[in-house]
Design a protein around this ligand. Structure first.
Ligand code: URP
Ligand code: ZN
Ligand code: ZN
Length: 470
């Protein structure tokens, strides 16, 4: 069965041109003019952009955290992702100290099996480093194709690892060709500030932000970057929220270190005042790092534009307001950290970024798809529209207007962090390996159709975007 997408405008990280795209056995087999006679099914994409499917490098589906479990699992989460133009996710597999890493990976395979509607891979958390862990890592890279490892520098007494663990993970990653990811906040200092706030009776959601100030993110980011330089390794800083952290990443990159930074839509459009909403509504905006003072948004946009930050993750980690976020009434430390973003990441970024002239359309594709594929060992199978690549394609109407709302979203959660926000541009149809998952805005996919992705090892990226700009 051959499909032909006709009359669309193909957009990649470098190009934009009108062409027909022919799909065969899940792959793109031809791009050109007048290919109609070769297809069984023809899809007219007149007036639409053809983007490579979005790649979300940062999701937490069906994850136990903060005394609860995230409300979206691999079925609801990937359906919502597909509605939003994302065709690949990389989810975080948690591990438990003292247990074989392979057991945790199996748990994540069990969670996702027969559920995902789009392709997916896993990052693996490293909470401690000992001989058993060091022995397992090369096997996991080889057998599971897991080539990115996550170290938490915060969440004391839960996930937090010490500096030696981070440093040895960096050394091991260098040796075996993996990318180390960090949640960069100074967990020890946060712990002190949190206890101090609680002792003073400061229990409202806003104290979540006030006890995790930008300095603790800047400090941890700088520390991780320095250790990366010392280990001559490679680092990816997740969910960068503020100027202090951007500065540390930029400085490391200027030194030639392989340090990469991801931000998230929430930090680009929401701010710290959202945590002050009355009736405990501020809890809906509790995630870590916290939302920042508004002026940081401009810093993040500029960093995306000039290449100091390179990717956009959703940090999808949804908890219902009722029954989950409410656990923290009277004590902000008990509010489960995280928010529902997976569905809005792509379109919101297009609307706020491309439509508002903050980034070019090619930068949009690079940030939401191509660069992520390159960093996480998926390119050129994923992340571009090219002959031989998987036919993961978003047929996107750039002029469709929409108001984001809990009433219309598909995530399994009882609020939207972006309620009432008006955006322009949305996916009309979405294909995963040549099969429709979303067709004319309706879900037509099937749980279990998403395939687990074994990823390639980290490849040193020689292009330094900042230099391109100079
Ligand atoms: O608050 C957040 N970000 N929740 C998800 C876990 C993490 O730190 O990424
Ligand atoms: Zn985190
Ligand atoms: Zn996260």
């Amino acid at each position: 069965m051959k499909k032909l997408i006709k009359n669309g405008t193909v957009v990649t990280a470098t190009d934009q041109y009108e062409a027909d795209v022919l799909i065969e056995d899940g792959k793109i087999t031809a791009i050109g003019s007048n290919l109609s006679d070769k297809a069984d099914e023809v899809i007219d994409a007149k007036g639409a952009y053809l983007f490579p499917g979005g790649i979300d490098p940062h999701t937490h589906l069906d994850m136990p955290f903060g005394g609860s479990v995230t409300s979206d699992d691999f079925e609801t989460g990937t359906i919502a992702a597909a509605y939003g133009g994302t065709t690949t996710i990389i989810d975080f597999c948690l591990t438990n100290k003292g247990e074989p890493l392979k057991n945790s990976i199996q748990t994540w395979h069990d969670k996702s099996k027969d559920k995902a509607v789009i392709d997916y891979g896993f990052h693996l958390m490293i909470g401690e480093v000992n001989d058993a862990v060091l022995n397992e890592i090369p096997e996991i890279i080889e057998d599971e194709g897991i080539t990115s490892f996550k170290v938490f520098m915060a969440y004391k007494n839960v996930f937090q690892a010490d500096d030696q663990t981070l440093f040895r993970t960096l050394l091991t990653a260098k040796e075996h060709g993996a990318l180390v990811m960090v949640h960069a906040e100074n967990g020890d200092v946060i712990d002190y500030l949190v206890n101090e706030a609680l002792e003073k009776g400061n229990t409202d959601p806003i104290y979540h932000a006030l006890t995790r100030p930008p300095e603790v993110e800047g400090e941890a980011t700088g520390r991780a970057a320095q250790l990366t330089g010392l280990a001559n390794s490679q680092l990816y800083v997740v969910h960068v929220s503020c100027a202090e952290a951007v500065k540390k990443i930029a400085e490391a990159r200027q030194k030639g270190y392989q340090v990469w930074g991801e931000t998230c839509p929430q930090y680009l459009v929401l701010d710290q005042t959202d945590l002050e909403k009355p009736n405990f509504e501020g809890a809906k905006y509790v995630w870590s790092p916290p939302l920042r003072e508004k002026w940081n948004q401009e810093v993040l946009w500029n960093a995306l534009k000039n290449g100091q930050l390179q990717t956009l993750g959703s940090d999808q980690c949804s908890f219902n307001f009722k029954g989950q976020k409410e656990l923290g009434k009277g004590d902000f430390t008990k509010i489960p950290n995280g928010g529902p973003i997976i569905e809005d990441r792509f379109s919101l970024f297009f609307s706020e970024g491309v439509k508002k002239g903050r980034i070019t359309i090619n930068q949009f594709v690079d940030i939401v798809s191509t660069r992520t594929a390159k960093l996480f060992g998926l390119f050129p199978q994923k992340g571009t529209i090219a002959v031989g690549s998987d036919a993961d394609i978003v047929i996107f109407d750039p002029n469709q207007e929409r108001t984001i709302s809990v009433d219309t979203h598909h995530m399994n959660v009882d609020y939207s962090a972006f309620e009432g926000m008006e955006i322009t541009g949305e996916p009309v149809s979405v294909l995963s390996r040549g099969e429709f998952v979303i067709k004319d805005k309706q879900f037509v996919g099937k749980p279990g159709n998403g395939q687990y992705l074994k990823r390639k090892r980290y490849e040193s990226q020689t292009e330094i975007p900042e230099k391109v700009l100079q």
